[in-house]
Design a protein around this ligand. Structure first.
Ligand SMILES: [Cu+2]
Length: 145
């Protein structure tokens, strides 16, 4: 009886976890600090290893006063409310295109720090990754500062 209950609870727990966050891989995640009061930007690669489209709808990062998805285009940028990533495809959030724009951090950050950032999906699931903080001169992902 107890075993059966346990199995049911486990199944429920597993079902609860299955969402877009499951089967979504995030890597090459980094943040570029900018001088003075200019906002830091975040970049990453998202790989959709599921068999369906996943829709990124937002970001959050407790180290910062706020975070949102932006897209650069023609010298300006705009707030993006969703980004669809088809099954099996990669979304490259890289300088010049999509990026995360951060409000000022609660505590000063330094190159080499790792900051958790949570990606939010349309089905309500989330996925967190540690973003490596880099200095203003950084142009892309690498393990070095
Ligand atoms: Cu921006």
């Amino acid at each position: 009886m107890f075993r059966k209950f346990l199995a049911g609870a486990l199944l429920l727990a597993l079902t609860g976890l299955a969402g877009a966050g499951e089967g979504v891989r995030i890597y090459h995640a980094w943040i570029r600090l900018l001088p003075a009061d200019l906002p830091a930007a975040g970049y990453f690669v998202l790989e959709n290893q599921t068999d369906h489209t996943v829709t990124l709808t937002g970001v959050s990062a407790s180290a910062f006063g706020g975070a949102m998805l932006h897209q650069s285009a023609e010298g300006t940028m705009r707030h993006v409310h969703s980004i669809k990533v088809p099954a099996g495809e990669q979304l490259r959030v890289a300088p010049g295109g999509y990026h995360i724009m951060f409000m000022p951090p609660h505590e000063p950050l330094q190159p080499g720090d790792r900051v958790p950032v949570t990606l939010e999906f349309a089905d309500g699931s989330t996925r967190s990754a540690d973003f490596l903080v880099k200095g203003p001169a950084a142009v892309g992902w690498s393990e070095s500062k």
